[in-house]
Write a protein that binds this ligand. Sequence first.
Ligand code: HEC
Length: 193
Amino acid sequence: MDSNWIDITNKLKLSPEYQAAFAELYAQGIQSATIKDAIATFERSLSTPNSRFDRFLQGDVQILSEQEKEGYRLFKSYGCASCHQGVGIGGNMFQRFGVMGDYFADRGKPTKADLGRFNVTGNEADRHLFKVPGLRNVALTAPYFHDGSTRSLEEAVMVMAKYQLGRQLSSEELHRIVSFLKTLSGEYKGEAL
Ligand code: HEC
């Protein structure tokens, strides 16, 4: 997300609230390891069921508009679902970013973060591999991609179609897929997100 642990750690250390909260929970205080642990613990508490798409899958076929259903069909037939799949609509595999084109060369200004999983394993085959993100609530979680390069869901979908599937979407197709993605917003503790 276009940041680094030194900046993040320094930023949190400037906050008396975070200083106190981390001191209470972790003997080591604020460090990249404890920040990761805090985020992972928080993420495990997140469950956002009951999106309109969930209700559709449970049999309420009227709940989606034709446009949204068409978006879902395109999402499957164009192959988005080969990577973004399962209960989380993603989140269960690593894949290369740039299967059908060199996203990084086209974007310019390469960074270490662009190497993706390679930074963790040192394995050549893992260059530019990223965890396929789950798409639940994706309409609410801009900016997109590991580089935070866009705040627009439309643009993120265009990038995916081009670099992952080698497709140029028409504005109609784009609109349908985006309207499908908006049905993935769920509820948190009973409240619509
Ligand atoms: C070959 C696997 C693959 C295919 C096919 C694919 N994606 Fe992705 N998608 C990814 C990966 C990997 C990322 C993460 C890239 C990154 O973080 O830089 C991603 C990221 C995204 C994001 C941004 C999510 C976020 O929170 O940052 C959206 C939205 C998205 N994909 C939608 C789609 C749509 C819609 C399609 C079909 C048009 C599609 N994807 C096809 C692998 C794929």
